[in-house]
Design a protein around this ligand. Structure first.
Ligand code: NDP
Length: 257
């Protein structure tokens, strides 16, 4: 892909499935050493077994003690971070607007990322890092004006996912401003619509509501992007030399990985 990351260290949360795994592969192909903090380290080891320059550690973003412990282990290694891809996330379908599903989405998709960046700050500042927040076009689900028809179809239950993804964008914008003195830059990306475990785990009735499958479970939508295309948005935001922070980088059709 023409990008040379030789000697660079990248951290990719959830870098062992879906978009994150494709990002790990793209970064390794470009010469980077990649740290993959994983909620399921054994699954991560299996997924990256064919890659030489990847190390797996343990991290549960929904558990702030786990976030702090991972950061402490990393800082103890006295290494700088050049790229942090805050990719890990969940898309739960809560039956109620307030409750476990709502809390889990904020805890994982936003609070965990926020805590991770702040605990890792010394290593990020040391590397003058590029930080990528994986947001989503789903951030629009937090906006009732987005599409009243969708809203009436029950999309309001996605409000928590949308708000957490909106928070990712706002966090990236603020981080980009706050990080200027230390050379840290931050960007949010929307990787496009990709059929990964994140979506495969949804109840079928939700997939029907999204127009992805029919009542029998047959695929209807044909415009899904590939994990590699999603990864290309993350790699592009992590490496492109000239990026203005516009509050989110929408690059669904970018294919640079
Ligand atoms: P996947 O489910 O394949 O990947 C999500 C990753 O996040 C997994 O590795 C998962 O680990 C990890 N993860 C989940 N919860 C935690 C946690 N508490 N602590 C640490 N890691 C965790 O889905 P995608 O590749 O699709 O998703 C990657 C990102 O892209 C997400 O942030 C998602 O919101 C975003 N996105 C996805 C889109 C899509 O269409 N697929 C569209 C727009 C944005 P484990 O498998 O162990 O649970």
């Amino acid at each position: 892909n023409g990008i040379d990351l030789t000697g660079k260290l990248a951290v990719v949360t959830g870098g062992y499935s879906g978009i994150g795994l494709a990002t790990t592969r793209a970064l390794v192909a470009a010469g980077a050493h990649v740290v993959v903090p994983a909620r399921r380290p054994e699954a991560a080891q299996a997924a990256i077994a064919d890659l030489d320059d990847v190390e797996v550690d343990e991290l549960d973003l929904s558990d702030l003690d786990s976030v702090r412990a991972f950061a402490e282990r990393f800082l103890a290694s006295d290494r700088a971070i050049d790229l942090l891809i805050n990719n890990a996330g969940i898309m739960a379908c809560p039956e109620t607007r307030v409750g476990p599903g709502w809390e889990a989405q904020f805890a994982t998709n936003h609070l965990g990322h926020y805590a991770l960046v702040n605990h890792l700050w010394p290593a990020l500042a040391q590397g003058g890092a590029r930080v990528v927040s994986t947001s989503s076009l789903g951030h629009q689900l937090s906006d009732i004006r987005w599409d009243d028809v969708q809203w009436e179809r029950g999309y309001d239950k996605w409000q928590a996912y949308g708000q957490a993804k909106t928070a990712n964008i706002l966090f990236a914008v603020q981080l980009d401003a706050l990080g200027k003195d230390s050379g840290v830059r931050a960007f949010a990306v929307h990787p496009g619509n990709i059929m990964t475990d994140l979506q495969r785990h949804l109840p079928q009735k939700e997939m029907v509501a999204f127009g992805w499958v029919d009542e029998q479970g047959n695929m209807l939508a044909t415009d899904f992007k590939t994990p590699e295309q999603g990864a290309s948005t993350q790699v592009w935001a992590a490496t492109s030399p000239q990026l203005a922070n516009t509050g989110g980088v929408y690059c669904e059709d970018t294919d640079v990985a």
